[in-house]
Ligand binder design. Structure first.
Ligand code: NDP
Length: 483
């Protein structure tokens, strides 16, 4: 497959290059080989993107929602038709197995384009009767949105931010993570092919400083970041300087509680989906798995058996179910946490080491006997490292589950209906799961509480974060004044 893009950036409906920008090598995580080189955006490239986006947005906002939505839905169809090649590219960009990318990335992106394409025509304000007078609201676009992505879901994030932004009549500039710059360019290409006017969906490459200069530019109205909490703090603060709208989709250290009455097979499935999908590089992962002491050994035994069946290898082989980490850096971070876990007294019950082969591979790893104060139970690892903690009592486990700065997701496995809903209500987390884990359909809001974020992506809730209301008051009679 041709992995080198035609040029680094996509601005004004076409590929744009400026080789004065710092070169960024794109590494295939399964081999460590360089598969493409792009250049970080120079100030001239950033300025061009902002200028063309702002100009294009004016006409786009004047179009009807039906017209805008039609283009997004056409783009969704093209993405589905090209799912195979987009999935292969996603695998090259991230190292995630084709078994995953073929069902979770371009497909999820297409869902977002289809959903927000469908909703665009129904965006309205409301009529407010005020006696004989009245008012109404207009739902207006924000203007120019900037999307900044993490490296774990480059196609999906590019669409989750682009689709609602465009549906509401905004223009967007998307900056992918420097680690995974390839997929967003394809999203931009497809949108233009579907009929999106030039300049409305732009992609600029670069490291954090390119993101920072976009965020601080006064011509930008909104910033949507998917990234870590420390980056979120910086970006949120920079956006606050300009009183800009923000969506912050940040990290997590989510709890997954398995009660003694849970279906163990399903609970093990949930723990696997919530810890080892995408080699554990998922923000909402339930990495603190609280297992009732009565079923702990049965749970751990079955988990180890199931993990033993993981097919680790070439991510392009459809049989492979567990791929490499995205980068050497992320591999080293995860392995560092494994050392910390061992040093602080946790017990490795599965995996625990790098895999001796080309690329950035490590074993799926499970620690048992983890206690709340251990580093591996407190910090986001963003790798395939599960911590199993014991509990005996519901009140106690709820307090421990919520005792974290994060609040992205949480899950519970139990057969007790009332307990399931009671626990979901008590979780301090934006996205909760009962007898499942890590579903993220476009129809439901996704986002974090506490330090895990601000705002919501997906669903009708996202519309509020990509549009603003204007109130218009109408006097039907004469107007009195005090003098
Ligand atoms: P980072 O926070 O390192 O980076 C996120 C993005 O921000 C990257 O594009 C990065 O560029 C850019 N960036 C870095 N510094 C700045 C800055 N000062 N101003 C503007 N942009 C900046 O996250 P990772 O890419 O390492 O992704 C992993 C993190 O993302 C995890 O914490 C994970 O939990 C979180 N995440 C959250 C999700 C959610 O929906 N809540 C979903 C997926 C991931 P560059 O890469 O070039 O440094």
């Amino acid at each position: 497959m041709q992995t080198q893009p035609k040029a680094s950036h996509f601005i004004g409906g076409e590929y744009v290059e400026d080789t004065n920008g710092t070169p960024i090598e794109v590494i295939y995580p399964a081999t460590g080989e360089t598969i493409a080189t792009v250049h970080a955006a120079t100030p001239a490239v950033i300025d061009k993107a902002i200028t063309v986006a702002r100009t294009a947005q004016v006409e786009w906002a004047r179009m009807s929602g039906t017209e805008r939505g039609r283009i997004l839905r056409r783009a969704a169809d093209i993405m589905r038709e090209r799912n195979h090649e987009l999935s292969v590219l996603e695998t090259y960009d991230t190292g995630k197995p084709y078994q995953e990318t073929s069902v979770a990335d371009a497909t999820s992106g297409a869902d977002a384009l289809e959903y927000f394409g469908g909703i665009a025509a129904s965006l309205t304000g409301e009529h407010i009767q005020l006696g004989d007078d009245w008012g109404y609201t207009r739902r207006e676009p924000l203007g120019l949105c900037v999307g900044i992505g993490a490296w774990n879901y480059p196609t999906q994030i590019a669409c989750w931010k682009g689709a609602p932004a465009l549906a509401c009549g905004n223009a967007i500039i998307f900056k992918p993570s420097e680690t995974t710059p390839l997929c967003a360019l394809k999203v931009a290409e497809i949108l233009v092919e579907a009929g999106l006017p030039a300049g409305l969906y732009n992609v600029v490459q670069g490291m954090g400083e390119v993101g920072a200069s976009l965020v601080s530019d006064p011509r930008v109205d909104k910033v949507s970041l998917t990234g870590s909490v420390p980056t979120g703090r910086r970006v949120y603060a920079a956006a606050a300087e300009g009183i800009k709208h923000v969506t912050m989709e940040l990290g997590g250290k989510s709890p997954l509680i398995v009660f003694e009455d849970a279906d163990i097979e399903n609970a093990v499935s949930g723990a696997i989906l919530g810890n080892f999908y995408s080699s554990g590089q998922v923000c909402s992962n339930g990495t603190r798995v609280f297992v009732h002491r009565d079923i702990k050994e049965a749970f751990l035994n079955r988990l180890a058996e199931r993990l033993g069946r993981a097919v680790i290898g070439d991510p392009l082989d459809p049989a492979t179910s567990f791929g490499p980490m995205v980068s050497k850096r992320q591999l080293d971070i995860a392995l560092g946490y494994i050392e910390k876990g061992r040093a602080e007294g946790a017990r490795v019950v599965f995996g625990g080491a790098a895999i001796d082969r080309d690329g950035f591979y490590m074993q799926p790893t499970v620690f048992a006997d983890v206690t709340d104060d251990m580093t591996i139970a407190r910090e986001e690892i963003f790798g395939p490292v599960m911590s199993v903690l014991d509990f005996d009592d519901e009140d106690d486990v709820m307090a421990r589950a919520n005792d974290t700065e994060f609040g992205l997701a949480a899950g519970v496995f139990t057969r007790d209906l009332t307990r399931a809903h009671r626990v979901a209500a008590r979780f301090e987390a934006g996205t909760c799961y009962i007898n499942t884990y890590n579903d993220a359909p476009v129809e439901a809001p996704f986002g974090g509480m506490k330090n895990s974020g601000v705002g919501r992506e997906n669903s009708k809730a996202a519309i509020d974060h990509y549009s603003q209301l204007k109130s218009v008051y109408v006097r039907m009679g004469d107007l009195e004044a005090p003098f």
